[in-house]
Design a binder for this molecule. Sequence first.
Ligand code: FES
Length: 273
Amino acid sequence: MFKIVKREEMAEGTVILNEIEAPLIAKKAKPGQFVILKANEEGERIPLTMADTDPDKGTITIIYMVVGKSTALFKTLKVGEGFQDVIGPLGKATHLEKVGKVVCVGGGTGVAVLHPITRALKEIGNDVTCIIGARTKDLLILESQMKAASNDLRVCTDDGSYGHHGFVTDVLKEQLDAGDVKLVVGIGPVPMMKALANLTKPYGVKTLVSLNPIMIDGTGMCGGCRVTVGGKTKFACVDGPEFDGHQVNFDELMLRLQAYCEEEKSCYEGFCT
Ligand code: FES
């Protein structure tokens, strides 16, 4: 068993942080990589990118939104209990390079995925501006951590309850207009990543996105995670999860993510009743 040593609820209990004992993964994992977790023998395999790792303590941190039966089951696990299986680190690590001015943009739980990447980009000497957004102030996560991980933090809320009233793309546009941005890293809901990539394309600014398709084995065997990038089929679990945002077919990804919506909804309702 992979024991939970810390548990926090965020965003009004819709987002859960678990710090989990997984010493071998903590030792090897790099920013951008993910793990697949199973709560129990019959559990569904859920891929989650690590929000943090502590090789000295031998722990990894995952942050997930409760969106279906499996994440609702994860939410019932208390400190001292644990996951039956945690597999990883999986996927390619983020390519880290000193390029100058970098803008990291996160939405929803994508902020958790962005956290170690932002910190690593700053540590190697980039000037990192971070833009994070949520629907409302209460749904915003990791504000203090992102402030510490970047050189400058901007916050946006859709309803204007905190920070800039509007979308992360508004603030990103200001940054792009000011010039000098060499790299944008965007992680969050697919429509947000699509909007970011569309915005940066005319500026010719390299844009990395982290994709979250349906995954099963996570090792390149099932094809469940296939995405189209630059007109070619790629497997997000082994070729990604990060890709050039200007090459990704986001519309196809959105369609594939909706494929099991009905089944997921009835499973979740069955679990809750
Ligand atoms: Fe099976 Fe990627 S999850 S090939």
